[in-house]
Design a protein around this ligand. Structure first.
Ligand SMILES: [Zn+2]
Ligand SMILES: [Zn+2]
Length: 250
């Protein structure tokens, strides 16, 4: 099959003919119909993740149709349309039993622990635990955008932040993850203050449900803090760094 592959970290990405993925006994082989491109793919390509071995097929945000399932799989069969979260959990360890699949120590991730979704087909492990059925009306392109940023944002806000309707959520950084946070917080009935330095990102945040937006261009962290207190009537109940800089994380 064809796949996008690199042979050395930071080296060229080339479309190559690669072996078909083998179907794990507990997993599935899925025909990839849409795949996202994520900053995490850049980290894999740069060699920042010790799980990645060469040569490597990147990609972890996908939706597609099941082609084959392993002998231990009960819930899925060929023809099912599915997506997966970024982290594919084992489903049986103590962490998974506590409901924390996102940090399962035995996790697999296509595009990191094995070949990924920049390919015609991909192998996915622990299919009964991780595959998610797609509604008929949802396109593969839409579904491919959900498993990484939406799963990350949902767990941060709802499982750990325990956001309640009427509370203020402050989102620092309105890229893919930040806009997912805005949408989930707004859907949960929270008020959202979205902060970015890009007017286009702030417009997108408003469209996604932000109650207030703040253009922090040129502001010191202290000045941003003053504006946050003013705009949220005293400060956010939950504040999320979706930017990844020291200034927004503390
Ligand atoms: Zn991603
Ligand atoms: Zn686990």
């Amino acid at each position: 099959m064809r796949a996008v592959r690199f042979d050395r970290f930071g080296g060229p990405l080339e479309v190559a003919l690669v072996p078909e993925p083998e179907c794990p006994d507990d997993g599935a082989v899925v025909r990839v119909e849409a795949t996202g491109v994520c900053r995490s793919d850049w980290h894999a390509w740069q060699g920042h993740d010790p799980d990645v071995t060469l040569p490597h097929v990147p990609g972890h945000e996908m939706a597609g149709t099941v082609l084959q399932v392993g002998t231990d799989v009960r819930r899925w069969r060929p023809g099912d349309r599915v997506t997966v979260p970024f982290v594919q959990a084992c489903g049986t360890c103590g962490t998974c039993r506590a409901g924390e699949h996102q940090v399962c120590p035995a996790q697999t991730q296509p595009g990191f622990t094995h070949d990924g979704t920049f390919a015609e087909k991909v192998a996915l492990h622990h299919a009964d635990v991780n595959l998610v059925a797609l509604p008929e009306a949802m396109t593969a392109v839409t579904a491919a955008a959900l498993g990484c940023r939406f799963a990350t944002a949902y767990r941060a806000l709802m499982a750990h932040g325990r956001v309640l309707a009427g509370e203020w959520v402050v989102v620092h950084g309105c890229g893919g993850l930040g806009l997912s946070l805005v949408m989930i917080a707004a859907a949960g009935g929270a008020n959202v203050l979205a902060i970015d330095v890009s007017p286009a990102a702030l417009t997108a945040a408003r469209d996604a449900g932000a109650t207030q937006v703040l253009d922090a261009t040129g502001m010191t962290p202290e000045v941003v803090g003053t504006h946050v207190a003013d705009l949220t009537d005293g400060g956010g109940h939950v504040s999320v760094d979706a930017c990844g800089s020291a200034a927004t994380a503390v």
